[in-house]
Design a protein around this ligand. Structure first.
Ligand SMILES: [Zn+2]
Length: 285
């Protein structure tokens, strides 16, 4: 799924390319992705509407339209936006194309048709699964240390599972969960209840820092919206490669059905990092 830094990038690009433009036509090729909760078809409703705003909420991208309508896209694992500034529409497989008054086109692509696209009356999110249940937005002022503490305390599951719980923290997926745990030097299978105060504080700081780093890296890569940028990852999908901190080969392990990547030296399984006798002996020498 697109994770928070990806969604921030996609939203920013969409804002540049489509906000303020009028929709002059719509071509639908894969109606199976559409969930229209109002009478009339997707094509008929959209034609003539203006795109007023693009916003993000967790993994969702929302488009506010004139006359009180909204399109909300949940791209899931495979949905992508592609923008083309040309009269010449490239064909190829797509779910739908929105033509804009400046002769540009916004494509929505989804080879596996896993994502969903909702057309709703503004503010009516009752038909959209998981939209209202999204957890705290990490980039918002609500993501305070107190809020984080209340979310993590009392949890009995593994810390990586907690990071990816969308009802707690919004839009952290496999890639950034691994990077956050590497940054905070916590083993992915550590139970939330095993984390001491110092580790919880570090984890909170790492979430903010790593997400911010991700946003900057994705922005700097400057790829088109449909490209998933992962080249900056330090441990994710780097099994066998040297850890950028200590050069130990990166390992992978399954955590509740998801592959997780970590450094066995920087992210030890137990709290030995705090009573590391080998290092203590070295210091004495
Ligand atoms: Zn390491």
């Amino acid at each position: 799924m697109p994770e928070l830094p990806d969604i921030v990038y996609i939203r920013n690009r969409l804002e540049e390319k489509v906000v303020g433009r009028e929709i002059t036509g719509v071509t639908v090729e894969e109606p199976v992705v559409l969930r229209v909760t109002v009478p009339q078809s997707f094509e008929v409703i959209l034609k003539g509407k203006k795109i007023l705003q693009v916003y993000r909420r967790g993994p969702f991208v929302g488009f506010r339209l004139s006359e009180g309508m909204e399109i909300i896209v949940h791209p899931m694992l495979t949905g992508k936006f592609k923008w083309i500034n040309s009269n010449r529409k490239k064909r190829g497989r797509f779910c739908f194309i929105i033509d804009l008054a400046d002769n540009s086109h916004l494509f929505y692509l989804d080879e596996k048709r896993m994502g969903k696209v909702y057309l709703v009356l503004e503010g009516d999110y009752s038909s959209i699964p998981r939209f209202r249940e999204q957890g705290v937005d990490i980039l918002s002022p609500e993501f305070t240390w107190e809020r984080f503490q209340s979310l993590i305390s009392g949890r009995r599951n593994q810390v990586r599972v907690f990071l990816m719980d969308q009802t707690a923290l919004s839009a952290i997926g496999n890639a950034y969960a691994d990077e956050i745990l590497f940054h905070s030097q916590i083993h992915p299978k550590t139970l939330c209840s095993q984390l001491i105060e110092e580790q919880r504080k570090q984890l909170y700081r790492s979430i903010k820092e790593v997400i911010q780093w991700g946003i900057e890296e994705v922005e700097e890569a400057g790829e088109p919206m449909e490209v998933k940028v992962r080249g900056h990852m330090r441990v994710r999908n780097r099994k066998g490669e040297p850890c950028p901190r200590c050069s130990t080969p990166i390992r992978s392990a399954g955590v509740l059905g998801h592959d997780s990547f970590f450094c066995p030296e920087c992210q030890p399984t137990t709290r030995k990092v705090f009573i590391d006798w080998r290092k203590a002996v070295k210091t004495v020498k």
